[in-house]
Design a protein around this ligand. Structure first.
Ligand code: NPW
Ligand code: K
Length: 223
């Protein structure tokens, strides 16, 4: 499987958005809808899922996934690692967050491990965890409350499905930024990332599925 750097893939996204004028929210929709189809296939109909969303676009993918899984009749629980009110309303994550709020799907805010434990009755009954915390934007060590929250989620040993990249993994070097959520399955967008195949990558990425988010073919062929 040929692999690409974070920068190459972010550049593909940029050209698709700026030069081909594909709205970024359309790319996010394609990403989230494609991932949701794979997750539904993996889970079967009767299972519950906890979706953990970070503050960036990876979290936005998580909001799209939540909408589609909910619409498919899955028992879907959304946790946001931050304050929902801080998400810019016109950003792609903000748009998808608002749709969930309009659908009256609860967004449970998690600021530290204690707030996570308050929701134990919910997450302990979930068979799967969808990790939409960090993607290609992760750029420094994870510390503080985020570190302890991710360590706690890791300790549950549930079936983790990573969105784009297992959170904590560097998509280029395969190194771990302080803590990692190892995945059974990584659903990655557009193209596989180099970090899946080097250093710790192979131990934490699990099976890899690539979702086509409608990046123009000519652009990909130029890489
Ligand atoms: N662009 C596109 O067209 C598409 C993108 N897509 C999706 O977007 C993902 C990339 O999204 P993204 O760039 O928003 O970054 P993401 O990984 O969500 O991180 C969020 C923010 O976290 C922060 N941060 C970093 N390190 C940190 C740390 N250690 N501890 C704490 N905070 C830290 C940092 O912000 P900072 O705090 O530095 O301001 C960063 O910006 C990509 O993987 C794919 O899933 C798809 O939808 C397809 C279309
Ligand atoms: K992720």
């Amino acid at each position: 499987m040929k692999a690409y750097s974070k920068e190459q893939i972010r550049e593909l996204d940029r050209i698709a958005i700026e030069e081909y004028q594909i709205p970024s929210v359309v790319l996010m929709e394609n990403a989230g809808a494609g991932a949701a189809r794979i997750i539904a296939r993996e889970m079967g109909a009767q299972k519950s899922v906890a979706i953990f969303c970070g503050k960036g676009n990876n979290g936005g993918d998580g909001f799209v996934i939540a909408r589609h899984l909910h619409n498919n009749g899955m028992n879907t629980h959304v946790f946001f690692l931050g304050e929902a009110a801080q998400v810019p309303v016109d950003s792609d994550p903000g748009i998808n967050l608002r749709i969930l709020q309009n659908m009256k799907i609860p967004i449970r805010e998690v600021s530290d491990v204690d707030s996570l434990k308050e929701y134990k009755d919910i997450w302990q009954n979930c068979d799967y965890v969808v990790d939409a915390i960090f993607g290609t934007g992760l750029c420094r060590d994870i510390s503080g409350n985020l570190h302890t929250i991710m360590s706690e989620i890791k300790s549950w040993n549930k079936k983790n499905i990573a969105i784009d990249i297992p959170s904590g993994l560097d998509g280029n070097t395969g190194e771990i930024y302080g803590v990692i959520l190892p995945a059974e399955l990584t659903i990655t967008f557009a193209l596989p990332k180099k970090g899946f195949f080097v250093q710790d990558g192979p131990n934490v990425t699990g099976n890899i599925e690539v979702v086509d988010i409608s990046i123009p073919k000519e652009l990909v062929e130029k890489l």
